[in-house]
Design a protein around this ligand. Structure first.
Ligand code: FAD
Length: 465
């Protein structure tokens, strides 16, 4: 494998330069440092080249170049990978961040979204038509990684995961070809990009199904960190229509005006609510929130839907140090709740959180084997994710995450969400794909036998399935 210490051959590099309409950033270029950086500051890597692709043709040329030069290839969408896989040492980064075009078809209720878009881009474009699809709850997260890994968000209970709303995708495969995949065309690739991560190619555009979602009742409401509150949350979700969703967040009280000062910096629970049902029922929903536990502060209000996906943005700028683990909880048992309460009390910083995403409802109406996403039997996806301002503080929090995760494991399904895995979770890939691993490995063997797309939660083509 070629690395930075092996100078790249001038002739092929010259051909790449001639082929690419976007730009190519190399070591020594003024914007190299900015181009090589990833969102999670725990990962500090030095690629030989960053290709900022302008279009699918640039992606094809870059894939060909990486394969022919035997270079490590990192594919980057929104750059939010916990494990820092949007960059690499000595290889090439294919950065899709300039491919941000979106075309909404309001009649068909679909949107074609380029692979470098963020959820801020999608929500902005579709909200103008009173439409939306399931996406991430931090607006700077990319559609690329989130959708190919599954994709949880506020609309998941009613409309399924992000990947469940993909109708078709344009993909560049390891041989540098561009294909369109859907239920009819390349159905194996279409299956694999819906949960299988970036294992089988570069998605240059997704076509999503959209749903009528306009203004919603949304925002945060805070409670003490208490087992009764978590039980109240479990019952709230189980007893609510799919038009209601709420993330539960165990964190430290943020310094916001609607939370009394004595709670700032203290462990507590927050619900981040999203009610897409009739405004006439807002009062009933608010009453249900009051029943979860003693309310410490609330900013729940009628807001445009995109706002519900910006509430963490300010707390989580690029450049913090992150480490994470993901779990799937079948039922949020009382025993699991006890684990959450005791470890949640040790949450290390304001930006750190344990986040529960409800993924029942429409997510369960898709079969276990219908897409590569393997957890149609989970009621909640749980991410334990500290974020800290220094590397040393983050390293100090790793033990907390590992102990917390070990204590949760007996109460969770085996494996976890690939999008919440960190760099030390490579050994969990098979467990994370459960019953779908063998099919994914077979598709990988067929379409990427050389494992060009390996900087991901990698399904190795030569793995015994
Ligand atoms: P990148 O770092 O750009 O990509 C991650 C990986 O995805 C790449 O290594 C590559 O393998 C693959 N990839 C990216 N783009 C493409 C593409 N176009 N084609 C093929 N493969 C591609 N997850 C949720 O489900 N719901 C959430 O609400 C949510 N919130 C998050 C909030 C924060 C602050 C963070 C850090 C993560 C969050 N996640 C969430 C997890 C998120 O889904 C993953 O981190 C995901 O990988 C991010 O995708 P990206 O495109 O931004 O990242």
């Amino acid at each position: 494998m070629t690395t930075l210490t092996t100078p790249l051959d001038d002739a092929p590099l010259g051909r790449l330069r001639g082929a690419v309409r976007g730009d190519i950033v190399e070591r020594g270029d003024p914007d190299y440092d900015e181009a090589r950086r990833v969102y999670n500051a725990m990962h500090d890597k030095y690629p030989a080249l960053v290709v900022r692709a302008a279009d699918a043709s640039d992606a094809m040329a870059t894939v060909d170049f990486a394969r022919e030069q035997d270079l490590l290839l990192a594919v980057r969408g929104g750059n939010h990978s916990f494990s820092g896989q949007g960059s690499c040492d000595g290889g090439i980064v294919l950065d899709l961040g300039r491919m941000r075009g979106i075309r909404v078809d309001p009649e068909a209720r679909t949107a074609v979204v380029q692979g470098g878009c963020t959820w801020a881009d999608v929500n902005h474009a579709t909200h103008a038509y009173g439409l939306a699809t399931t996406g991430g709850v931090v607006s700077s997260t990319g559609v690329g990684g989130l959708t190919t890994g599954g994709g949880m968000g506020h609309l998941a209970r009613r409309h399924g995961l992000a990947c469940d709303n993909v109708l078709a995708a344009d993909l560049v495969t390891a041989d540098g070809r561009a294909v369109t995949c859907d239920e009819e065309r390349h159905p194996d690739l279409f299956w694999a990009i819906r949960g299988g991560g970036g294992n089988v190619g570069v998605v240059t555009a997704f076509e999503y199904r959209l749903h009528p979602v306009d203004d919603v009742l949304g925002g945060p409401v805070f409670y003490p960190l208490d087992a009764d509150v978590l039980r109240g949350y479990r019952e709230l979700i189980a007893g609510s229509s799919e038009d209601f969703s709420a993330l539960l967040v165990i964190t430290l009280g943020p310094p916001v005006p609607f939370l009394p000062e004595r709670w700032h910096g203290r462990p507590l629970c927050g619900l981040v609510v999203c009610w897409t049902g009739r405004p006439e029922e807002d009062r009933r929903i608010r009453a249900r929130l009051d029943e979860v536990g003693p309310v410490l502060g609330s900013a729940v209000a009628r807001v445009p839907y995109p706002v519900t996906n910006t509430l963490f943005d300010e707390m989580l700028p690029a450049g913090l140090h992150h480490y994470g683990k993901g779990h799937f909880s079948p039922d949020l048992s009382d025993q699991a709740i006890d684990v959450h309460v005791s470890y949640g009390a040790m949450t290390p910083s304001l930006q750190s959180a344990t986040v529960f995403f409800p993924i029942d409802g429409a997510c369960h109406r898709v079969g276990q084997k219908e897409t590569a996403f393997a957890y149609r039997d989970a009621a909640f996806s749980v991410a334990v994710s500290p974020a800290l301002t220094t590397r040393a503080a983050c390293e100090a929090a790793v033990g907390w995450v590992r102990d917390y995760s070990a204590a949760l494991a007996p109460h969770c399904l085996q494996g976890g969400y690939v999008n919440f895995m960190d760099h030390d979770d490579a050994g969990r890939v098979r467990a994370n794909y459960r019953q779908n691993y063998a099919r994914l490995a077979a598709i990988k063997r067929r379409h990427d036998p050389g494992n060009l797309f390996r900087l991901n939660h990698n399904v190795a083509p030569d793995a015994m399935s």
